[in-house]
Design a binder for this molecule. Structure first.
Ligand code: UN1
Length: 509
C-alpha cells in the first residue's frame, strides 16, 4: 500500500528509530505504526532509550554552538532547500500522512502545503528578525534591542498533524538559530522519520554538523524527559490540555520557557443574517474534516432560534450525503479515527450526550463490513444539546457536532461561545457589520482565532496560531510568533568620555 512511498522517502530498516541526522538509534521500547485506514502494521519503530537520549541532547547542544553563528539568511537557505524538497515530494509525503494518520489524501497534501508555506515564511523571516532602536535619555548613548537564539528547542507534537506542526516549529526555530529535538506522537512515527530524513540529508549535504535537527521516538515518558531537562530552553508542545498542564508545571519548576497549543472547543455562531449556503459548507467541513480530529474542528454551532430549524434541516441533509471510507479514495469525505482508543472515546461521548439530556439527530455508530476492517471508521454525529452539559464543555476528538440555540441578540451567542474553558478558534456567520464587529471587539470572542464568514478550521500559516485559557496561550507559526524562539537583549552603548547615569542620579567619586 505504501511501500513505494516509504522507499522514495528513504525509510528503510536502518532508520526506524531516533536520530541526530546521519546517526540513527534503536535502543528503546518498540512501537507499532498501524494504519487506521486498513488496520495493517506499517512498521515497527524503536523508541529512544535514556542512553540514546543523552547522546542526542549532547549532539544538539554541540551543534547549537556552530549553528547559532551561521548568519540567519544562510540558515534560511537551508529551510528554502527543505521547502524545495517538499514541493517535489508533496504527493508522496501527503500519501504517507493520509495512510499513517487517516486524514483524506486532499488534507494530507494540504498538510504538506502548510509545511511548504512555513518554509517560505521562515526564509523571508531569516532576513527580518528585527529588534527596535530606542532613543536613550543620556547624551552620546545608543540603545537597541536584538534577538539571539535560545539554545535547544524541544518540540512535542500530536498525531493529528503529524508533519505540519513540526514544520511550523522547526522552520522558525532553525532560522532563529536554535537546534531542535522533536518528539512526535508515537502513533505516527513514520511521518516523523520521513521529515527527519529529508531535513537531515539537506543539513548533511550542506556540510553542517550532526545534531541540528533531532528526533526522539517515545511516549509520555520521553516527553517527560524533555520537559524536565534544563538543557532544553523552550518546550513547544501541541496536544491535549491535560498534557499541556503537566508539561507547563514541569517546565515552570525549572523556569524554562513553554509555548503551548492545546485543546479547543470551537464554535460557529450563526446569526439571522448568515449566508446559509456558506454556513453549511463551513460547518460540515469544520466538523467532519480530519474526522473531527483537528484542534480547530468545529464542535459547536450556536444558532439563532429564528433560523434554527432551517439550519438543522439543511445540516442533517448534508450529513446524509457524506461518504465515509478509505481516505485515499478521493470520492470519500470522511476517513477513520486514529485508533480504537479514539473510537472508544467517541462512543463514550455519545453515551454521555444521551445521559446528560442531549438528543442525537444523526445517530453514531462504528462502521462494519468491507472497507471498514480497521474498526476505526465512525458515523459523524449531530446532537442537540445545551452549552453547559459536561460533555459539551469537554473536547472530544471525533466528528461530533453540537447544535445550541440562542435567543435575542448576538451578545447572548458570544456569551455561549465564550462559556467554555478552551479558547482556540471561533467564527461568526453574518452579513451584518454590527454583529461582525462586536464579535471581533474586546467584548467579543475570547479566542486566539476569530473569523467572520469562514469556519473555525483551516488557518493559514501567515497568522499567529494558538489560543487562550485552557488552549495554553502560546502562538506558533506566522506573524511575530518567532519571538518565542529567541531571547531578547537590550543593549546600551556609550560613545562619549562621560558616564552619565540614567534617571539623572549623581554619583561622584
Ligand atoms: C491542529 O489541529 O493542531 O487551522 C493544527 C487548521 C490547521 C492547523 C491545525 N491549519 O485547522
Amino acid at each position: 500500500m505504501i511501500e513505494k512511498e516509504l522507499k522514495i522517502l528513504g525509510i528503510t530498516s536502518q532508520n526506524l528509530g531516533s536520530s541526530t541526522g546521519q546517526k540513527w538509534f534503536s535502543g528503546g521500547e518498540v512501537f507499532e505504526s498501524l494504519s487506521p485506514v486498513d488496520g495493517k502494521l506499517i512498521a515497527k519503530v524503536s523508541g529512544s532509550s535514556q542512553k540514546d537520549y543523552e547522546t542526542i541532547i549532547g549532539d544538539a547542544q554541540n551543534a547549537f554552538k556552530a549553528w547559532r553563528l551561521i548568519p540567519a539568511p544562510k540558515r534560511g537557505d537551508i529551510i528554502r532547500q527543505l521547502g524545495d524538497k517538499l514541493r517535489e515530494l508533496k504527493p508522496t509525503l501527503g500519501k504517507l500522512v493520509s495512510y499513517e494518520m487517516g486524514k483524506s489524501y486532499q488534507e494530507g497534501m494540504g498538510e504538506v502545503q502548510e509545511m511548504i508555506d512555513i518554509c517560505d515564511f521562515a526564509l523571508g523571516l531569516s532576513r527580518q528578525l528585527y529588534g527596535n532602536t530606542i532613543h536613550s535619555e543620556r547624551p552620546g548613548h545608543r540603545m537597541y534591542d536584538q534577538y539571539h537564539p535560545l539554545g535547544v528547542v524541544g518540540i512535542i507534537t500530536a498525531f493529528n498533524f503529524p508533519v505540519a506542526v513540526w514544520a511550523w516549529n522547526t522552520a522558525i526555530a532553525l532560522v532563529c538559530g536554535n537546534t531542535v529535538i522533536w518528539k512526535p506522537s508515537e502513533k505516527t512515527p513514520l511521518c516523523a522519520i520521513a521529515c527527519q530524513k529529508l531535513l537531515s540529508e539537506i543539513l548533511h549535504d550542506n556540510g553542517l554538523p550532526e545534531g541540528i535537527s533531532n528526533l526522539v521516538i517515545g511516549d509520555k515518558e520521553v516527553g517527560e524527559w524533555l520537559a524536565a531537562d534544563n538543557r532544553i530552553a523552550l518546550i513547544s508542545a501541541t496536544g491535549s490540555t491535560r498534557m499541556g498542564k503537566e508539561v507547563a508545571v514541569t517546565v515552570a519548576q525549572r523556569l524554562g520557557k513553554t509555548l503551548l497549543e492545546l485543546g479547543g472547543n470551537n464554535a460557529i455562531i450563526v446569526t439571522p443574517d448568515a449566508d446559509l449556503n456558506m454556513t453549511i459548507i463551513g460547518a460540515v467541513f469544520g466538523a467532519v474534516g480530519t474526522a473531527g480530529q483537528r484542534c480547530t474542528s468545529t464542535r459547536r454551532l450556536i444558532i439563532h432560534e429564528s433560523i434554527y430549524d432551517k439550519v438543522k434541516k439543511q445540516l442533517t441533509k448534508a450529513y446524509g450525503q457524506l461518504k465515509i471510507g478509505d481516505p485515499l479514495d478521493t470520492k470519500n469525505h470522511v476517513g477513520p479515527l486514529i485508533d480504537k482508543a479514539a473510537v472508544k472515546s467517541y462512543l463514550n461521548a455519545l453515551d454521555k450526550i444521551k445521559t446528560q439530556g442531549g438528543k442525537l439527530l444523526i445517530k453514531g455508530k462504528v462502521l462494519e463490513g468491507k472497507g471498514y476492517e480497521s474498526g476505526c471508521y465512525v458515523q459523524p454525529v449531530i446532537a442537540e444539546v445545551e452549552n453547559h452539559y459536561e460533555i459539551v464543555q469537554h473536547e472530544t476528538f471525533a466528528p461530533i457536532l453540537y447544535l445550541i440555540k440562542y435567543q435575542g441578540d448576538i451578545g447572548n451567542a458570544i456569551a455561549l461561545q465564550n462559556g467554555v474553558s478552551q479558547g482556540l478558534s471561533s467564527a461568526v456567520m453574518t452579513n451584518n457589520l454590527r454583529e461582525a464587529e462586536l464579535f471581533l471587539s474586546a467584548a467579543g470572542s475570547d479566542c486566539g482565532i476569530a473569523n467572520v464568514n469562514i469556519g473555525t478550521s483551516g488557518a493559514e500559516i501567515g497568522g499567529a496560531f494558538g489560543g487562550e485559557k485552557d488552549t495554553g496561550g502560546g502562538r506558533e507559526s506566522g506573524s511575530d510568533a518567532w519571538k518565542a524562539y529567541m531571547r531578547r537583549q537590550t543593549n546600551t552603548i556609550n560613545y562619549t568620555t562621560d558616564l552619565p547615569l540614567a534617571q539623572g542620579i549623581k554619583f561622584d567619586l
